[in-house]
Write a protein that binds this ligand. Structure first.
Ligand SMILES: C[S@@+](CC[C@H](N)C(=O)[O-])C[C@H]1O[C@@H](n2cnc3c(N)ncnc32)[C@H](O)[C@@H]1O
Length: 442
């Protein structure tokens, strides 16, 4: 390797650590979501450096309190103000040593160099000092490293969330907390217009990609190792999409056929909409409502990839007078905006961004949308209420309140003996989701 290549690779190692620290700073100090902060922080990095910055940032957010304890014990005083970003750089370093088990001097050097990338060259000695101490104490690769990590009694969750999960789920709270800290698998949805699931499984096998079918969601396949979508056979022709198996249950639970007039409410990025369109050749256009114009772009991209279409309204679902033509719908899917507490393993930033007060505010918003949509449903029609939340207030309590206020609404079972379905994170290796099916009296 030439001298210039050597310095480039050293520089890019530092750049990925600096980008991870910047993304973490934006999430934890500025309240940005990781899905916004990370692309901004890594925009100039090469694909491998992007992947490294991403795996470090996601990983740090999974075990944040544990790493904070580890760093806190090494610092004489907390890093504040303009130096705060260096606290996040230390977390990045500690994560590599303890959790990625990159117990190597090169990882430490790259993280120390990252201080310069962050324009904190004068503080390199501080980063070096703390990380060298951690390097000495971190376990060897074949040791049980977990016993070297400080205990965190809240399972690396904020206390309010632990308490709420215990109150809502009793004994199951511990397994939810544990699942939330796992790395989620990659699930695919096979487009049954193009392939049977068995045929697509065979395609994957021929490419050396190991996968298993889900036992319940009939289009769902779990990859045993995540892989870039470009490597998936005919991905760009719409043969498959990436979608968790629990989200795929919506298409079964909606109880829809091609004669129905259908509304997909709160539709972006269009995962469930596309699933419905792949399965049914509807006689009339499917309507979709979404408030966020930028996210509608995502629906349009997904429709274009699959060469499918829908009637899309950029509007507030809670105000039907602004988007509804007055013709009632036979089936409505309401995939309501929610706390996303069922998908923390995919979005660990949710643990730190969500506030307890958000839950009540979201429940109110969901209730408003649900009440407004009920007017647009035909007598005898059905509405499927869905969230990716595990909070009672957004789920069971929401539906119980609705039933009390609407004498023309009844719950119809989704599964035998189950009127409301709460899938918990990790059930069948899927995300946490809630479903309830409401029928309007004739
Ligand atoms: C859970 S996501 C929907 C996911 C989507 N159904 C899918 O399967 O890809 C909720 C969506 O609701 C949208 N939303 C939030 N408030 C809304 C409102 N008042 N009216 C319409 N859409 C809204 C959000 O912008 C977000 O895209």
């Amino acid at each position: 390797m030439s001298e210039s290549n050597k310095s480039e690779s050293k520089g890019s190692g530092a750049a990925s650590r600096a980008a991870a620290a910047t993304a973490l700073f934006q999430v934890l100090e500025k309240g940005e979501s990781l899905s916004t902060a990370l692309p901004n922080a890594t925009s100039k990095l090469s694909p491998p450096d992007k992947r490294l910055a991403s795996s470090i940032s996601y990983g740090v957010l999974r075990v944040l309190p544990t790493l904070n304890n580890l760093i806190g014990a090494k610092l004489q005083q907390p890093l504040k103000g303009k130096l705060k970003v260096l606290h996040y750089l230390l977390l990045v370093g500690a994560y590599q040593l303890y959790c990625q088990r990159i117990k190597d001097h090169a990882a430490v050097s790259a993280t120390v160099e990252a201080a310069a990338v962050l324009k904190k060259r004068n503080n390199k000695a501080l980063i070096n000092g703390v990380l060298r101490q951690l390097l000495r104490e971190a376990p060897d690769a074949d040791e049980n490293f977990e016993r070297h990590l400080p205990e965190d009694s809240t399972h690396n969750h904020p206390r309010w969330l632990v308490q709420q999960l215990e109150s809502d789920h009793g004994d199951k709270a511990t397994s939810i907390l544990r699942e939330n800290n796992q790395h989620p698998p990659m699930w695919l949805r096979v487009n049954e217009r193009q392939f049977s699931r068995d045929d697509y499984m065979a395609q994957l096998k021929s490419q050396g990609i190991d996968a298993v079918p889900d036992t319940e969601a009939r289009n769902a396949i779990k990859l045993l190792t995540p892989c870039p979508v470009d490597k998936l056979p005919q991905f760009h022709d719409g043969a498959v999409s990436v979608q968790d198996r629990s989200a795929q249950l919506a298409a079964d639970y909606l109880n829809v056929d091609s004669r129905h007039r259908v509304l997909d409410c709160c539709a972006a990025p269009g995962g469930k909409l596309l699933h419905l369109l792949e399965r049914h050749s509807f006689e009339r256009p499917v309507h979709a409502v979404e408030l966020d114009a930028n996210r509608i772009e995502r629906i349009n991209e997904n429709l274009a990839r699959q060469q499918l279409s829908a009637e899309i309204h950029c509007a507030d679902a809670a105000a039907p007078s602004t988007w509804w033509d007055g013709k009632p719908f036979d089936r409505i899917l309401l995939d309501a905006p929610c706390s996303a507490t069922g998908v923390i393993r995919r979005h660990p930033d949710i643990k730190w961004l969500r506030r307890q007060s958000d839950i009540t505010e979201l429940a109110e918003l969901q209730g408003n949308i649900l009440n407004a949509l009920w007017e647009t449903l035909t007598p005898g029609g059905e509405l499927l209420y869905a969230t990716c939340s595990v909070m009672r207030e957004e789920n069971q309590s929401q539906i119980e309140t609705f039933l009390k206020q609407h004498s023309d609404a009844t719950l119809i079972p989704i599964e035998p003996n189950q009127t409301m379905v709460q899938v918990l994170p990790g059930d069948a290796d899927g995300d946490g989701f809630f479903y309830a099916r409401l029928k309007k009296a004739q």
